[in-house]
Design a protein around this ligand. Structure first.
Ligand code: HEM
Length: 161
């Protein structure tokens, strides 16, 4: 899409809204947790704050907005609802699995999360070739996918958090 303002801007903003609202909630939660644990931070809780900010917050907002902006034809409502569920259930699984030291739960969450990334990749089909915004969108997908794989490896090997 477009470097010009699309005629259906209102509809596109509505499509991005669930992702943006959830991202905002994640950022608020991250701030509250950071404030609450500031006097005695633990490594897992600091990791969770970073995860909430970077993945559940920033990445979700960027992917939700990107998908609402880039493709000529927006993905169907059921597709978008599925993406939202996969992404956020995946995040819940990864966070719960890390805090409870359950690599199996982290693996299940990561699988849902990666499925959501694939759905986002397919969701911008038809966005045409080129365009730095499309490249940036795909770069976010690649970086988060790599992060998910490294995180899963760390969780299974038990070396980090
Ligand atoms: C966006 C880029 C990302 C970067 C740069 C990144 C970086 C890191 C780093 C440095 C750690 C180690 C923390 C420590 O020393 O305690 C870590 C842990 C972890 N990350 Fe990520 N991460 C990213 C994205 C993700 C994503 C998308 C997921 C899952 C969907 C994920 C899942 C995890 C998990 C589960 C751990 C904890 C592993 C354990 O239990 O030991 N990360 N990450």
């Amino acid at each position: 899409m477009p470097t010009t303002i699309p005629a259906d801007l209102h509809e596109r903003l509505r499509v991005a809204r669930p992702f943006l609202l959830t991202a905002l909630l994640a950022l608020l939660l991250a701030g509250l947790v950071a404030a609450a644990v500031a006097h005695a931070p633990t490594r897992p809780l600091v990791w969770m704050v970073a995860y909430l900010v970077l993945v559940a917050g920033v990445a979700q907002g960027v992917l939700g907005l990107g998908q609402a902006w880039l493709p000529e034809r927006l993905p169907a409502p059921r597709w978008r609802a599925g993406e939202w569920l996969l992404f956020n259930l995946g995040n819940l699984g990864v966070i719960a699995g890390t805090l409870r030291v359950s690599p199996a739960l982290v693996a299940a969450g990561t699988a849902l999360f990666v499925a959501a990334l694939l759905a986002f990749l397919l969701g911008v089909r038809g966005a045409g070739r080129g365009g730095w915004l499309l490249h940036a969108f795909r770069a976010v997908l690649v970086v988060t996918c790599l992060g998910a794989c490294v995180g899963l490896a760390l969780s299974v090997s038990g070396v980090a958090v």
